[in-house]
Ligand binder design. Structure first.
Ligand code: GLP
Length: 256
């Protein structure tokens, strides 16, 4: 793992956006894996600015998303489809025909999982963007006894429901289940770019970066096995974390 320590979250977002833009410049028809949550929002905003300045072009890119709340249609403002359309797909000019994302309101969840698994088996993601949940989840791969290979339906933990309830008008409205890519699908990506910030993520990041077990109880620890994973983390987040010998640590250039 390559850890780039940034001066602040804004710099992490800039460098994450440039990392994604460089991948799509190198391969315009690349399959890009995207994530939701609050953390990637400034990176998406930067990508949209780069598109406006002519520094990035997504018109030929293909996209796949990690997850979606079960039960929510893409027209629901809390759905991840709505989030992606709003923050990236529409303003960055992504072709809707090139978008793959779980359909939260699919009438038949088995058929939906079959569609997603077939997509995943047939297409290897070039660059997967990830961030992390407080309990170490990636996508919606919650703490478990196993790592799932591919897309599956997951029961969200109480902690995740609580933590994501801030975006809903009441906790009762937070869906209890979600579709998510498996840890196996994530690990099959050619490369991974990872962004996180905030004290609430320190414990999970410690498990990822320090010497210690790869365990499905902290799903993001599987990233220790990925051959091409770059993490952009601000200095405040990594304070008190002692990266293991397998982590290549760099300081981001101050003016980047
Ligand atoms: C959700 C998403 C995750 C994301 C996590 C963290 O649970 N399924 O992919 O990493 O939220 O969200 P935030 O960035 O808002 O802390």
């Amino acid at each position: 793992m390559r850890l780039v320590i940034t001066k602040d979250y804004a710099q992490s977002a800039r460098l994450t956006a440039r990392h994604i833009a460089a991948a799509v410049k190198k391969k315009p028809e690349a399959l890009l894996g995207f994530a939701t949550g609050s953390t990637p929002i400034p990176a998406y905003a930067e990508l949209v600015e780069m598109v406006k300045r002519g520094e990035a072009d997504f018109t030929k890119a293909h996209t796949v998303n990690l997850d979606e709340y079960a039960g929510l249609p893409g027209s629901d403002p809390n759905s991840y489809r709505f989030f992606m359309d709003q923050h990236l797909f529409v303003p960055a000019g992504v072709n809707p025909a090139n978008v793959t994302i779980p359909r939260g309101d699919a009438p038949d969840s088995h058929a939906e999982l079959k569609r997603l698994r077939e997509f995943s088996a047939a297409h290897r993601t070039d660059l997967q963007l990830l961030s992390i949940g407080v309990n170490g989840h990636i996508g919606f791969n919650e703490p478990a006894d196993i790592f799932h290979d591919s897309y599956h339906l997951v029961a969200l933990t109480q902690q995740t429901i609580q933590s994501n309830s801030r975006l809903f008008s009441s906790i009762a409205e937070v869906p209890t289940h979600a579709y998510t890519m498996g840890a196996g699908d994530i690990m099959r990506a050619h490369s991974i770019v990872f962004i996180a910030t905030g004290d609430s993520k320190r414990q999970a990041m410690r498990a990822v970066l320090e010497d210690g077990p790869v365990t499905p109880e902290v799903q993001a620890t599987i990233l220790k096995f990925h051959p091409n994973c770059t993490l952009y983390l601000d200095a405040a987040l990594v304070e008190g974390i002692a990266p293991g010998l397998f982590v290549q640590v760099e300081q981001a250039p101050k003016d980047a």
